[in-house]
Design a protein around this ligand. Structure first.
Ligand code: 5AD
Ligand code: SF4
Length: 481
């Protein structure tokens, strides 16, 4: 990353009140502290950011990395040797929280040997008041705690920590603020996530996201287009538009715009080759969007359409606002308009009150839709959500048995569905060298499946045509033509 020139920022003056200028002021100030500490220690300071959870968090982590590199830290993938360890946390399921507490125990031991080390925690889990209370009480060695709404203040918070020598906690309950033009360091030079909206207003009854990510707010289309144009100028060929419910994009804007309209504007950006988006809520997926997808040359042939349950009764208790029939009709409509589209989904097993009949409805949808792949989750009780206090929580052994049945069905179907492209020629974005065989590269097709084929480093970031020679279940072996 190119280091920004902060020489015109006078850090002896008061901090500016406006954003993003205020954060650039704090980045300049933080760089002073980091440089001084590195001089004192005789080596550059290193950092390691670990991301839990979804693509939204992955994108947030790129913003954290952008700031850390601007202030003089150097990235290391080895947490044990890092001078600043950051966990960008997820709280969508209880397991994610448990993993963070477990790893904090290890960090505490590391910090005893290296007292100047900094530990930062951010992300969705920090938006839960009970978590912060527990950290304040039992994890005093943590240096910095902030949430999802004020991540843009990272530089300012680091300076506060350098100047206070105490645990810094800054959590906001909600915000409508969106700060543009801050640095970020992309993980891949050729593809990037782009936030188009933040938060969620759907309040599905099992889900903690609306509480930890706040109310839905859309970014201004001009800012989105400008960001993508800059990315393309910088070598990006594929973008993933990110939002908890992209289909309701634009509802909070002064000048309203639909998601389908936004996609059409993005399609016009010259040099951009592929557009993906995630996540779609079935209740808001419009005919206009289906039409735009069917006509587009750039939108990838993949739709992630979480069903959550196949039972209309459970869907109603989940507050999903569609029925099994409505969902299946939607799938038919999409397949009619975009015949070779790949469909993926999320499914929760063991929602309170789920009976064997309800579960069979879910299996029925899986068999009817024949998903390319499905993420299956065991229902996890999240304190504060309506489902947490619902009656008839399903016993663990019953849930586990249903989960295993579902997983088998999903995997068997997916292996069959994925192999239908054998023998065809597909356009593929080469993403990396193969992990196991140095003579192969790995690329992604429009439908999100991976293919491995002979190739060299220079191909990475390029879109090439590949003949799919052999289906291997969830991926292909191929050859470039
Ligand atoms: N328990 C299990 N899975 C959940 N998800 C969201 N909340 C929960 C929960 N409490 C799943 C949903 C969602 C995905 C991102 O996580 O399937 O689509
Ligand atoms: Fe959670 Fe539902 Fe919002 Fe998705 S749409 S983030 S599942 S509340």
């Amino acid at each position: 990353m190119k280091l920004l020139d902060f020489s015109n920022i006078n850090i002896n003056e008061e901090a500016p009140v406006c954003e993003p200028e205020r954060q650039y002021y704090y980045m300049a100030k933080a760089r002073r502290y980091v440089t001084a500490k590195a001089d004192e220690l005789g080596h550059p300071l290193t950092f390691c950011v670990t991301t839990f959870g979804c693509q939204m968090n992955a994108r947030d982590s790129e913003k954290l990395v952008g700031v850390l590199e601007q202030i003089g830290y150097v990235e290391t993938s080895n947490e044990e040797e890092a001078d600043f360890v950051i966990y960008n946390t997820c709280t969508v399921r209880e397991n994610a929280n448990k993993r963070v507490y477990g790893r904090l125990g290890q960090l505490s031991r590391m910090k005893k040997q290296k007292p100047y080390m900094l530990i930062g925690l951010c992300g969705c889990m920090m938006q839960e008041p009970e978590v912060v209370e527990k950290l304040k009480k039992s994890y005093r060695f943590v240096d910095l705690i902030f949430g999802t709404h004020n991540i843009y203040k990272f530089a300012e918070l680091i300076v506060t920590r350098f100047e206070s020598e105490r645990m810094v906690i800054d959590i906001w309950k909600d915000t409508d603020k969106i700060v543009e033009d801050l640095p970020s360091e992309r993980k891949f030079p050729f593809k990037s996530g782009v936030n188009i909206m933040f938060g969620c207003n759907n309040f599905c009854s099992y889900c903690i996201v609306p509480y930890v990510r706040g109310r839905e707010r859309s970014r201004n289309p001009k800012d989105i287009i400008r960001e993508i144009e800059k990315l393309v100028a910088d070598g990006v060929v594929e973008v993933m538009l990110l939002g908890q419910n992209v289909n309701s994009y634009g509802k909070t804007l002064d000048e309203r715009m639909t998601f389908a309209e936004l996609l059409q504007e993005i399609e016009k950006i010259e040099g951009l080759e592929r557009i993906r988006f995630m996540t779609s809520h079935p209740k808001d997926l419009s005919d206009e969007l289906i039409e735009v997808m069917s006509k587009s040359k750039k939108i990838c042939k993949h739709l992630h359409l979480p069903i959550q349950s196949g039972s209309t009764n459970i869907l109603s208790k989940m507050n999903r606002r569609y029925t099994k029939e409505h969902y299946l009709e939607l799938v038919d409509k999409i397949r009619a308009a975009v015949p070779d589209i790949s469909l993926t989904t999320d499914i929760i097993v063991g929602f309170p009150g789920e009976t064997e009949e309800d579960f069979l409805e879910t299996l029925d949808v899986v068999r009817k839709v024949r998903y390319d792949s499905a993420f299956t989750f065991i229902y996890s009780k999240r304190t504060g959500t309506p489902a947490a206090t619902m009656e008839n929580q399903v016993p663990d052994d019953v849930v586990k048995e249903r989960f295993d049945r579902l997983l088998k069905e999903v995997q068997d179907i997916s292996a069959e569905v994925c192999s239908v492209h054998e023998g065809t020629i597909q356009s593929v974005l080469v993403e990396s060298m193969n992990d196991h065989d140095a003579s192969l590269v790995t690329g992604r097709m429009s439908n999100n499946l991976l293919v491995h084929f002979p190739g060299t480093q220079e191909l990475i970031g390029k879109i090439v045509d590949v003949h799919l020679l052999e289906a291997k279940g969830f991926y292909y072996m191929g050859e470039m033509i």
